[in-house]
Design a protein around this ligand. Structure first.
Ligand code: IVH
Length: 699
């Protein structure tokens, strides 16, 4: 940083001020782009606010030097090109920031002066959480959602109408009689901490990058070009303002928000009408204290003058209304001692290190745990047990460890060694190599999938799922219930429920018939095709295709087990070489399956399962008119299900693909076939109907 950049604002001369304003404009524009345009901020919100504050302070001292491209005249960033643009009929502006009690008193003082109010006149102000999400304008015409737009640069935003329709919190149609002809509701889209964690867990599982915070996922989800992706992301909405309106349903901020509620928009329950600075500050501290329990990110409290006629008179200064203030929380840091590092095992076996801290208050909240992300992160930061560490609670409420204080490191503190055994079940834990990038995964995973208590629920759900054991009546809820009652712990237990005389019919919601049906459904699966059996084990990378491949290659469950035990002895073993010789089995798949059988706990469960279940070899592949051909099925099939069709084609030696390309030999099209039919015509692929398919294969 240059010397000028560090000089207090009061000490700058005009020349220095001009150069500082230029530097700050460029720097803030850069961070705006990272934050709004790319959803990937480089600096903390607190540091960003510092830049803006410095810019504002210099402009206040040197009003003549305010630049045309000053950040105080801009909000957000320019819209992304790939979405259509929508010009906001009423601009979407921003709020001025306050950080201290003094700023709040000054805000109220300014309002009084501007409106020329005497001491005796009460100024009522609403106070509500400032949601750390992304603002959205929803235009309703005749009660129907007509348009959804992001803020963009405040004047023009992105047209995200199709995506907004997928958000459950946002009504598509409003039938209330008093809903005006035209009404633009504005508010914030956000994601809860729970959903954020779940999405990151999925990202890890898929070997994809993890997101930094819920705001970035919410923004990314809303800006999906494919609305189906938005639909799969759990987004929420709070309504707190409006744009163009034919008529307002009240004369105060408070009354309009009550109308929002009646009309079916979610509004924040923590909004309060306050009548003095003291009342505002007390509500601010109340919200700050609740911050960690809200389940979503907030970064301050927003104050708004309640009377709308006053709001009108107060108007705007450059980018922000005089009637509003964002009272921000400050990012706080504290020092404490790292007492231990615990390993948590997630539902997919991912092992996450968690710092156990000597409890310390950071930003009004007692912090005793912090995430350390993963094995490499601990190494990178060289954090050791016993260290004095710096903890931060910033925009998000999940505390983070920024680093350690070298002078305070106890003598003899050893570098942390990440365990290579699962702390829950004792199975060995491995780091996989990512198939696509060839890089070692950041996450270490427990391999004891079938027996690890941390992974039980997910594994069991997979085990009974439709393409695995397909046990009717054993849905996710039943699995969760049986697990919580200790009726089952691993797959073989499902097959002993009846023998153990577990009185299922006495459980709540069950009766004699439903219990009998469940036992019958279980018994119906005591004989099962070998490929389903292998797939049901839930071994990483062993999906249905690889399971079928292994089933064909090894013929029986026992043969597979024995070969894999041999292969585990080393890559030079004949069994290992044979495994790798199968078309379609690469090093990653091979490692995953060998790892599974190298874990004695897994073999134990595997064998136990075989004492209750018979896995039947697959039918041999027949030579047929479609052997070696690539086939695609599309449209409605009437004589068989899509899965049956696939299995049949594969039995006959054909390869089944999901989309039509040059390489496709045959398209079997039923009624309603669409784009695939067009593709087939384009590539000159032969098209037949279902009956012709049966004729050809002689079935
Ligand atoms: S009112 C004229 N209320 O904060 C601007 N904004 O810094 C009126 N925000 O762009 C905005 N929670 O994205 C308002 N309860 C709330 C808010 C809120 C979050 C965001 C919004 C706005 C930014 C202003």
């Amino acid at each position: 940083m240059t010397a000028v950049a560090e000089k207090p604002v009061e000490k700058l001369n005009a020349k220095e001020a001009a150069s500082e304003l230029q530097r700050l404009a460029a720097e803030i524009a850069h961070h705006d782009e990272r934050y709004h345009g790319e959803d990937a901020p480089e600096i903390s919100d607190a540091d960003y606010d510092k830049l803006r504050l410095r810019n504002e302070a210099i402009e206040a001292r040197f009003p003549d030097l305010v630049r045309d491209d000053s950040p105080s005249r801009r909000v957000g960033s320019t819209p992304q090109a790939r979405f259509g643009k929508i010009r906001h009929r009423v601009p979407m502006l921003s709020l001025g920031n306050g950080f201290s009690e003094e700023d709040v008193r000054e805000y109220l003082g300014r309002i009084r002066r501007f409106l020329n109010l005497g001491e005796e006149t009460e100024v009522a102000v609403t106070a509500e959480p400032k949601i750390d999400g992304l603002s959205l304008s929803l235009r309703y015409e005749k009660g129907r959602l007509a348009q959804g737009a992001t803020r963009g640069d405040g004047a023009e935003g992105e047209n995200v109408t199709a995506n907004v329709r997928m958000v459950k919190d946002i009504p598509n149609h409003i039938s209330a009689k008093d809903f005006p002809e035209v009404f633009e509701v504005r508010g914030e889209i956000y994601m809860t901490h729970k959903d954020f964690a779940r999405i990151n867990e999925k990202q890890i599982q898929a070997g994809q990058k993890v997101y930094a915070n819920p705001r970035n996922v919410a923004a990314g989800s809303l800006r999906q070009l494919d609305p189906a992706i938005t639909a799969s992301r759990p987004l929420h909405f709070f309504a707190y303002g409006w744009g163009e309106v034919a008529k307002l349903p009240g004369a105060t901020q408070w009354d309009v928000i009550q109308a929002f509620k009646r009309w079916g928009f979610p509004v924040n329950p923590l909004m309060k009408l306050c009548r003095s600075a003291d009342e505002l500050l007390s509500h601010y501290h109340g919200i700050e204290a609740e911050r960690a329990n809200l389940g979503y990110d907030i970064d301050g409290v927003v104050y708004k003058v309640n009377r709308l006629d006053w709001q009108e008179r107060l108007g705007f200064v450059s980018r922000a209304p005089r009637w509003g203030l964002a009272h921000k929380f400050t990012a706080e840091k504290a020092m404490t001692i790292l007492e231990d590092i615990d390993i948590q095992v997630g539902r997919t076996g991912a092992m996450t290190p968690v710092a156990r801290l000597k409890p310390v208050t950071v930003g009004g909240v007692v912090v005793s745990n912090a995430t350390l992300h993963n094995e490499d992160e601990i190494g990178r930061k060289d954090i050791r047990i016993g260290d004095t560490v710096i903890v931060q609670r910033a925009g998000d409420v999940i505390p983070q460890i920024l680093g350690f204080v070298p002078e305070k490191r106890p003598k003899g503190a050893k570098a942390y060694k990440f365990p290579d055994k699962c702390p829950v079940c004792g199975s060995h834990a491995v780091r996989e190599v990512n198939e696509k990038t060839g890089k070692v995964d950041a996450v270490r995973r427990c391999t004891g999938g079938l027996i690890c208590a941390a992974q039980r629920a997910e594994r069991l759900k997979h085990f009974v799922s439709r393409n695995a054991f397909d046990i009717d009546g054993m849905g996710d809820k039943v699995i969760e219930e049986f697990l919580s009652l200790d009726l089952i712990a691993s797959p073989p237990d499902i097959f002993t429920l009846e023998k153990r005389k577990v009185p299922i019919d006495e459980l709540e919601g069950w009766g004699e018939t439903s219990a009998r049906n469940l036992f019958d459904a279980i018994n119906a699966r005591r004989t099962i095709a070998l490929d389903r059996f292998i797939y049901a084990l839930g071994i990483p990378h062993i999906g249905e295709t690889n399971a079928r491949l292994l089933a064909r290659a090894y013929g029986s469950a026992e043969a597979l087990r024995d070969a894999m035990r041999l292969a585990a002895r080393g890559k030079e073993e004949e069994a290992h070489q044979e495994l790798m010789s199968h078309d379609g089995i690469g090093p990653i798949v091979a490692e995953a399956i060998v790892d599974f059988f190298a874990e004695p706990h897994n073999v134990e469960v595997f064998d136990k399962l075989l004492s209750h279940v018979t896995a039947t070899p697959l039918e041999a592949v027949r030579q047929s008119p479609v052997s070696g051909k690539t086939v695609v099925f599309t449209g409605a099939l009437e004589r068989m299900t899509r899965e049956e069709a696939k299995a049949m084609a594969e039995r006959l030696g054909a390869k089944v693909a999901g989309s039509v390309s040059k390489k496709t030999d045959l398209l079997v099209a039923g009624p309603g076939a669409g784009s695939k039919l067009k593709d087939a015509q384009k590539h000159g692929v032969e098209v037949i109907d279902e009956n012709e398919w049966f004729n050809r294969v002689g079935a």
